[in-house]
Design a protein around this ligand. Sequence first.
Ligand SMILES: [Zn+2]
Ligand SMILES: [Zn+2]
Length: 432
Amino acid sequence: MSDRHREAMATRPAALDAERPGARPRITVALPATSPFSRQMLVPGWDQGRLERARVLIAGAGALGNAAAANLALIGAGHLAVADFDRIEVSNLSRTVLFRRGDEGRSKAAVAAERVRPLMLARDPIVLPLEGDIVWELGWGVYRRMDLILGCVDSSEARAAIGTPAWALGVPAVFGGLYAHNGGVLTQGVGTGPCVACGFSAAEWDDWSRRYSCDQVRRTAAAEAKVPATQIIASLIGALMVQEGLAFLHGDSRNAGTRVFVAAQRPVIERVRLTRKARCPFHAHIAPVEESPALSNQLTAGELLEALGVRDRGVTVRLGREFLLGCRCKGCGRPLPLCKPRHRTHATELVCEACRSTGRPLTNDPQIASIDALSRGTDAAVLALSLETLGIPALHLLEVERDGRTGWIELTGDLARVLPGWPGEVSQEASS
Ligand SMILES: [Zn+2]
Ligand SMILES: [Zn+2]
């Protein structure tokens, strides 16, 4: 410590001493040492009960998800769900405190849940893995049973996919990002403030569009830029995400709608306030939601329409995504059946084998036939398919128009399968 620093410390007001690293705590009440939380409960305003009751979705089980999960476990968060579609690779191991050599090839979500469980200090903790693509395969009924969502993902598409239902259902969400020695944390509140996409840079919008072809199907080898990152910055940002989340769990939303930049080498931490973009496409509200224990994504589309009373009245179910029936080769006119959701379709599947063999590239404008809603007039072959085959995740919310009135229903029949034992009450839903 330089003389100047020592002098500055010496002249600090006494009231700041408790905030100085290494300073003696100003509260010296002797607590029984029977609780692992006795030290953190000395923090002014700390509410251990709220943390034990908290339900947190950790969306993404990579570097940030690992760091956030470990922090949440140790501070006594009671209920964690860890979502990821990916498998562990050897290159993950240097930034993932929950993974070990030998885990390569195993599910990130399953291993993270398995390893974080013994770290959880809450009484009767629950930790659940949710294996699947966060963008398309995570039902929105999961989001509405959370008190906090941590977006630990590295693509703008995934951030928007997490931010949209969180915003629509009124659940606070915190997002992290890493680059080399730098990182950022974006805090999305509830109500009418800016959403995560309001804070997207031009580069983030570019990253999203690179993942899809001109036909809006997935590029097979999506240009996945490998982001330089270390465990140091991942643990810093993961911890900062949990710090921001703690405020929400304690009912404090003053940091909502802000972004914190961290440059670890200098170091610098800076907070800026985000502006809500009036034309941002992600500001829908969903409320109220009708829970429907008889409905599940295992039903066929026809069974769903029956259950919603299609015999007696007009019913339209919006899928919120597209199901591709087939396309026609622009070169030879040959029909190519697809019968799969757009998000599970890759650009190579739109290439006509016959024309490829003659060397004519025909991937442009393949005249795709698709549906995005179900009703009495839907093709019988489609009505015989399960909602799962149509690309609807378990415990999802569907927009339903009945007799000209629009509302939201939940496939609540999937609840026990997706979130077994999860505390039931639903988060405050944003009113429209
Ligand atoms: Zn927005
Ligand atoms: Zn052809």
